[in-house]
Design a protein around this ligand. Structure first.
Ligand code: UD1
Ligand code: UDP
Length: 358
C-alpha cells in the first residue's frame, strides 16, 4: 500500500504531523506532496524543523493568488504527481484550498481519499473554508471525524455511515507530543520578557475579518479596550495576510499590542499554555486553548468548533469592541475545569490503523 499525504499550509503541517509520525514509526510506504500554498519560512519550513518531519518529496510551489489561481494550479500539479506515483490513498487534513485540490484531483483519478478532520461545519458559506470542507467531505471515501458532533453533521448531509470514523482530533496528539519538547527546547516567555499568566495572546488572519477594513478596525479597537481595562500586554504574532492589510488600510495598533513575526509551533504552544487568555479567529487555536485549559475569546460570529462553546472554554465575541471586552470579562471569570472534547491524543495512530485495515 502506498499513501500520499497532501498538505500546503501551517495548520495542515501541524495537524498531519502525528499521522506522519505514525507512518514513520511503522515504516509504511508514503510520500509528502506539498502544494506550496504557504512558503514563507515561518509559515512552512519552521514547522518541519520543529516537528522533525521529513522533507516533502514534491513541492509544487504554487504560492499565493486568488482562490481559483491557487486551486487551479494545485489541481494541475497534484494530478501530475498522482498519475506518476499511483498511490492507493491520498490523505488530506482540514479545510484549505490545498485540501479541496488534493481531494478533488485524487477522486477524479479514482484514487481513494481520506479526509482527516472531516465533518466540521460553521454553516457559513461566506467562509472559503466552509466551501472547502463540504466539497472535500463529499468526494472522500473515508472521513475521519474528530468528534461525534462532526459525525452527526456528515450523517445529516447523507454521507454513508460506513465511511465515517470518529478518531479524535490529531491536534490533541500534536499538543501532547510537543508540550514537553517545547519546555526542553525553547523559552519563548523569557525571549519576550513575559511572566506566566501575565499577558494575553492574540491571532487573527481570517479572510472575512482582516480583508474588510471595518471588521479589522473593530478587532483592533476591541484589543485597545481590553488593554486599557486589564493592562496586560497583548502579544500578537501576526499572519502576513493581516500585516499586508494593516498597511493597505493605514490602520495603527495601540501601544499595548506587541506585533511580532509568526512563531514556530513549539514557541507558540508555550505562549498559549502560559497565557492568561487568548483572543483569536483561528480554528486550531480554539482547539488548543480548550486542550490546554486556557480561556479563549473567538473573534467571529460563528464557529465550526461548537464543542469548545459547550464545554465552556470559548465564547464568540465577533468583531465589535464592546462585545470583545465583554467576552474577555466572561472568560476571565470562569473556572478552568472544562473537559477536552477532542480526544485522547491517539488520533494519528487510530487513523493509520483504519487505513491499513481498509
Ligand atoms: C490559508 C487558508 C486558511 C488557513 C490559513 C492558515 C484557504 C482558503 N485559506 O489562509 O483556511 O486558516 O491558511 O494560516 O486555504 N502569505 C505569505 N507567505 C506565505 C503564505 C501567504 O506572505 O507563505 C501571504 C500572501 O500575501 C497571501 C496571503 O498571505 O496572499 C494569504 O495566503 P493564502 O494561503 O491565500 O491564505 P491564508 O490567509 O494564509
Ligand atoms: N500557530 C503557530 N505560530 C503562530 C500562530 C499559530 O505555530 O504564530 C499554530 C497554532 O498553534 C495552531 C495553528 O498554527 O496549531 C493554527 O493555524 P492558523 O491559525 O494559521 O490556521 P487555522 O487553524 O485557523 O486554519
Amino acid at each position: 500500500m502506498k499513501i500520499s499525504i497532501v498538505l500546503g499550509t501551517r495548520p495542515e503541517i501541524i495537524k498531519m504531523s502525528p499521522v506522519i509520525r505514525e507512518l514513520e514509526n511503522q515504516g509504511l510506504d508514503y510520500f509528502i506532496l506539498h502544494t506550496g500554498q504557504h512558503y514563507s519560512y515561518n509559515l512552512d519550513k519552521i514547522f518541519f524543523e520543529d516537528l522533525e518531519l521529513p522533507e516533502a518529496k514534491y513541492n509544487l510551489d504554487v504560492g499565493s493568488g486568488s482562490h481559483a489561481e491557487e486551486t487551479g494550479k494545485m489541481l494541475i500539479g497534484i494530478e501530475k504527481v498522482l498519475k506518476e506515483e499511483k498511490p492507493d490513498i491520498v490523505l488530506v487534513e482540514g479545510d484549505t484550498n490545498t485540501v479541496v485540490a488534493g481531494a478533488l484531483a485524487a477522486s477524479k483519478l479514482h484514487i481513494k481519499v481520506g479526509h482527516v478532520e472531516a465533518g466540521l461545519r460553521s454553516y457559513d458559506r461566506t467562509m472559503p473554508e466552509e466551501i472547502n470542507r463540504v466539497l472535500a467531505d463529499h468526494v472522500s471515501d473515508y472521513l475521519f471525524a474528530p468528534t461525534e458532533k462532526a459525525r452527526g453533521n456528515l450523517l445529516m448531509e447523507g454521507i454513508d455511515e460506513n465511511k465515517i470514523f470518529v478518531t479524535g482530533n490529531t491536534i490533541v496528539d500534536a499538543v501532547y507530543q510537543n508540550l514537553e519538547i517545547a519546555k526542553r527546547k525553547v523559552n519563548s516567555l523569557k525571549k519576550l520578557n513575559l511572566n506566566p499568566g501575565g499577558y494575553f495572546l492574540m491571532t487573527a488572519h481570517r479572510q472575512e475579518n482582516v480583508d474588510i477594513k471595518e471588521r479589522l478596525k473593530g478587532v483592533l479597537e476591541g484589543l485597545e479596550l481590553v488593554y486599557r481595562k486589564f493592562n496586560f500586554p497583548i502579544i500578537y504574532p501576526i499572519h502576513p495576510r493581516t500585516m499586508k492589510r494593516l498597511k493597505e488600510f493605514g490602520l495603527d495598533v495601540s501601544k499595548g499590542i506587541r506585533l511580532i513575526e509568526p512563531l514556530g509551533f513549539l514557541e507558540f504552544l508555550q505562549l498559549e499554555a502560559n497565557a492568561k487568555l487568548v483572543l483569536t479567529d483561528s480554528g486550531g487555536v480554539q482547539e488548543e486553548t480548550c486542550i490546554l485549559k486556557v480561556p479563549c475569546v473567538t473573534l467571529r460570529d460563528n464557529t465550526e468548533r461548537p464543542e469548545t462553546l459547550e464545554v465552556g472554554s470559548n465564547v464568540l465575541a465577533g468583531v465589535n469592541q464592546n462585545k470583545i471586552l465583554e467576552g474577555v470579562k466572561i472568560m476571565l471569570s470562569k473556572e478552568r475545569n472544562w473537559k477536552n472534547p477532542f480526544g485522547d491524543g491517539n488520533a494519528g495512530e487510530r487513523i493509520i490503523k483504519i487505513v491499513e485495515e481498509i
